[in-house]
Design a protein around this ligand. Sequence first.
Ligand code: ATP
Length: 584
Amino acid sequence: MLFSEVAESFSRMSATAKRLELSSMLAELFRKCGEDLRMVVYLVQGKLAPDFSGIETGMAEKLIIKALSMISGSGEAEITKDFVESGDLGQTAGNVLKSRIQSTLVPSELSVKYVFDSLMKIATTAGPGSINTKISLYEYLMMNSSASEAIFITRILNGKLRLGVSDATILMALTEAFSSKEHQEAIEESYNFHPDMGMIAEHLREGDLDTILQTGPEPMIPCRVMLAERLPSVSQILEKMGGKAAFEYKYDGLRTQIHMKDGKIRIFSRGNEETTANFPDIARAFGRTFRCKSCIVDGEAVPYNPETGELYPFQVVSQRRGRKYSIESVSQEIPLTVFLFDLIYLDGKPMNRMPYMERRKRLGKLFRENEDFKLARQLVSGDEPEITEFFHQSIADGCEGIVAKNVTDQSTYRAGARGWLWIKFKRDYQESVSDTLDLVVIGAFSGHGKRKGRYGALLMASYNRERDVYETVCKLGTGFTDETLESLTRIFEPYISRTKPANVVSKIEPDFWLEPVKVMEINGAEITLSPVHTCCIEENNGEGLAVRFPRFTGRWRQDKRPEQATQSREILELFQMGKNPQSR
Ligand code: ATP
């Protein structure tokens, strides 16, 4: 297949934000790909391989500019100027090529395979001389590209493809192209256990649905984590759970998925990033503690005071997470206990379809509790006063509240799903107000007065999963320390977009559009109907929802990808419950 067909399809996709249209365009493209499907699917994701492979697409902006200058004969300063003006290196590459093509013959025809292999070489070449190799590979691609091809190749290399399609839409398109709607949920489930879009695509194209349906958790391949719904009272939780549930402490730490196979241990975060290097002490202790050949366990890593055993708040772990150096000394200062609550795989067998209490029983048999690993504290009960007391005890012991877990035969491990099998109940809900929200930053406003030269406020959005778009819910201008305010322009600089990102729905025009990437935790006074915001506007008879008096809690949700932010549907539910986000 020619890369020009992919570029042409990408151009058309860039012009729409409608999920169904995007999905049909993708399905049409996928059907044409033949053997090249796997590569095309990764390219649509802006990748060359699944995240867990550790292969990162990319070439430094400076090198791209240098190569463009060599091709065009224009100075690097001139190319940089064009880049600053367009805000998009892909567009700059297109501009450079346009002027060159006018004076040259029609470009030769690049195949998808050639483009993909070149990008892979650029990504994986390392060591002495690798910079020159990367530049010449890119140069060759550009010399043989049309302007439109150059735009997309460069955007992929620059890590900013900006097609605005989520994994869910790609899966929808693959199902449309090669299977039928009735299998969509099962295909999504397999992907959530084995997040390799290329592999799923290939099996679907070959008509091998069985392999996909049998795809489950596999050690060393991180699976999407299971998530909880929320309810504001114990009685409502009991009702939803059918009168009885397993209630567990909700520890305030870092979600931690640990994999073991053939003596090797890998640790993954809530967002499936590998964090083994940040937690060498956990990895070592796991090897010492666990008696099995292979497994995947799920839990929450919480820092504690080694003198008193008291649990520390989450922020202490996040400070440690980003550090690459002196990890060993940090781990002595801030030891961690991992409170385990689930077993997803054990010794060659997936455990995800087993009922929860059976998984937990097997988990308990795998190790003896010590300072490094404990089982999450649990109470199985249907008695409201007893559960309420357990909840108060959880707070006294330094936790955020409790998580109720379904104990019926239906209580499978649902990777990547937020469902009613788990329901959280936090301290904040008790204080007659509700939970904090994790919102995505999609725009920024220039500051005035004391904030001149900096951002004065940010435009925040929730994620509408059903429509795969980000919808605005508030302007956020409070809760920032001077230090944070100072750093906002630097933090958001890489995400500035000349135009409104295709997957954003907004009636407000901020001074700067930002790619929906960063997630911030906010609290607010209440949720109200709003004529200016677009949250749930389709689902709520044309009226948007807004968070009043939003305030940044100071916590960046680096562990959440934008699609994992608070969903518009959750905000609608909070509005309907008459419950408000947490107010402090
Ligand atoms: P929050 O911001 O409230 O932690 P979240 O969006 O990160 O929520 P939820 O699914 O809403 O995630 O709440 C469950 C989270 O609580 C899990 O992701 C996990 O990190 C944490 N947690 C702590 N203790 C437990 C437990 N015993 N069982 C399940 N999750 C737990």
